[in-house]
Write a protein that binds this ligand. Structure first.
Ligand code: TGC
Ligand code: FAD
Length: 394
């Protein structure tokens, strides 16, 4: 398999770099270099074997990919939301599964602990999550409740100074290798609570799910709770209800709006280079009008996605961004990346399906990205609800 270390044109068609600060550019350069050195040479092989490169967790921590916008005193990077987005973009240029490793750790595990846990829990978990000593996962989805997490049946019953947790979660990124899980469950009053469950808790197991054709370099599993005793001190004191997990999803969806651009850019970059080199009918593929149409449409859509992400980032930095604005960007940018991957695959002809090039891997990965963190259609309905004021889910 090829080592793809020569890559990464910026493809900054609208000079968006001019809108970025020195800190953003430095963060991007550092992560881009790390991806070139550590991810690109190995990712095809890990993806092909459906194995997670768990040795990269430490490196991700070292480049500041875990919680870039969480304050440094709580184990994060202390940067702004645009820096967080750019880091996700560069990781996903490498692979969506690598970005997932960082998204889950930073946005779905560190963020809820930072936002909702007691000071004692924060001090106990965040520094070790930030430096990669602990790996976390986030359990919301259940076998019978995916798009509709409000229906969850995982539950806790009061038992004095602890809760007894029962139920099962499915499709959980990193669960088989996680030291702890942020778990959402209903109490006897039907309220959703969040809690940290440590991996050695009696009655808790996290078996791996096998057979994915997508996100193969990411490890996915279940969470099974059979009368697990969770001390009340492990339960988040300052949040109840679905807005707890959904607020974490907002953070992670924001990162995906940026991250997916990276996968799209890598496909576009590959197709552009290939089309200039590959000769058919006596001229480069890039000389045919139909190829130019594909390339022109790709860079147009990617540029629009970049602008959407940048504007979303400025709203996030101001603290005024809404969940619906994030939904629009997640949906649009993932779909753009997937469309670009499909068009790029065509430009490479038969070579497009080979693992000598990254396109098929990105395309397969993006099918997951289109689905997790809220499906393509769920985000459309969130936009529909926002503009009409009518909730199509009720
Ligand atoms: P609804 O009544 O609309 O909302 C309940 C409460 O939550 C608030 N809220 C939000 N808060 C913060 N951020 C958001 N994005 C929020 N969305 C809603 C809302 O204001 C309300 O608050 P309050 O105070 O009134 O109680 O809830 P609903 O049951 O009607 O659900 C609406 C719906 C369908 C949009 C929601 O359930 C949804 O987003 N479903 C999709 C589920 C999903 O995205 N699952 C993702 C699982 S995690 C994952 O995929 C990780 S992959 C990680 C990786 O590997 O990278
Ligand atoms: P369903 O909800 O059954 O939806 C199936 C189809 O029906 C979709 O097309 C959907 O859009 C459509 N649909 C559903 N409801 C409606 C409606 N009201 N109107 C119109 N169409 C509708 N979850 C976690 O909690 N933690 C994780 O770490 C995590 N990691 C994941 C990793 C991978 C690789 C994958 C594939 C998933 C992961 N998920 C995780 C779960 C993910 O969030 C869910 O798969 C997703 O939310 C969709 O749920 P579902 O698969 O049950 O599909």
């Amino acid at each position: 398999m090829a080592n793809r270390t020569d890559l990464y044109e910026g493809h900054d068609y609208y000079a968006i770099d001019e809108l970025l600060s020195e800190e953003h550019l430095m963060a991007r350069a550092a992560v881009r270099e790390w991806v070139k050195q550590e991810v690109s040479p190995i990712i095809e092989e890990y993806s092909h074997k459906a194995t997670c490169p768990t040795h990269l967790f430490k490196g991700l921590a070292e480049i500041g990919a875990f919680g870039p916008s969480i304050p440094t005193e709580y184990g994060g990077g202390g940067m702004d939301e645009i820096a967080y987005g750019i880091i996700m973009q560069e990781l996903e240029r490498g692979d969506s599964g690598i970005r997932s490793m960082a998204s889950v750790q930073g946005s779905l595990v560190m963020y809820p602990i930072y936002k909702y846990a007691s000071e004692e829990q924060k001090r106990k978990y965040l520094p070790k999550l930030g430096n990669g000593d602990f790996i976390g996962c986030f359990g919301l989805t259940e076998p019978d409740f995916g798009s509709n997490p409000a229906g969850m049946v995982t539950n806790v019953k009061d038992d004095g100074d602890a809760y007894i947790l029962n139920g099962a979660k499915m499709w959980i990124t990193n669960s088989p290798v996680a030291d702890l899980a942020v778990v959402w469950a209903k109490n006897e009053a039907g309220e959703i609570l969040g809690m940290v469950v440590e991996k050695d808790s009696k009655g808790f197991s996290a078996p791996e799910m096998h057979g994915k054709w997508s996100l193969r370099a990411s490890i996915t599993g279940e969470l099974i709770f059979e009368d697990v005793r969770v001390p009340k001190s492990q339960v988040f004191p300052s949040v109840k209800g679905l807005k707890g997990p959904l607020s974490c999803l907002s953070k992670a969806r924001y990162g995906i709006a940026w991250g997916s651009i990276g996968a799209g850019l890598d496909c576009y970059d590959t197709a552009l280079r290939y089309s200039k080199e590959r000769i058919q009918f006596g001229r480069p593929l890039a000389g045919f009008q139909l190829t130019q149409k594909k390339l022109a449409e790709m860079i147009t859509e990617l540029t629009k996605a970049q602008l959407l992400a940048w504007r979303l980032g400025t709203l996030a930095n101001k603290g005024t961004v809404t969940p619906a604005q994030i939904s629009m960007a997640k949906r649009n940018n993932v779909f753009t990346a997937l469309t670009v991957a499909r068009e790029s695959r065509q430009i490479l002809g038969g070579m497009g399906i080979m693992n000598e090039f990254p396109i098929m891997r990105h395309m397969m990965n993006l099918e997951t990205v289109l689905t997790y963190e809220g499906t393509h259609d769920i985000h459309l309905l969130i936009t529909g609800m926002d503009v009409t004021g009518i909730n199509a889910f009720e």
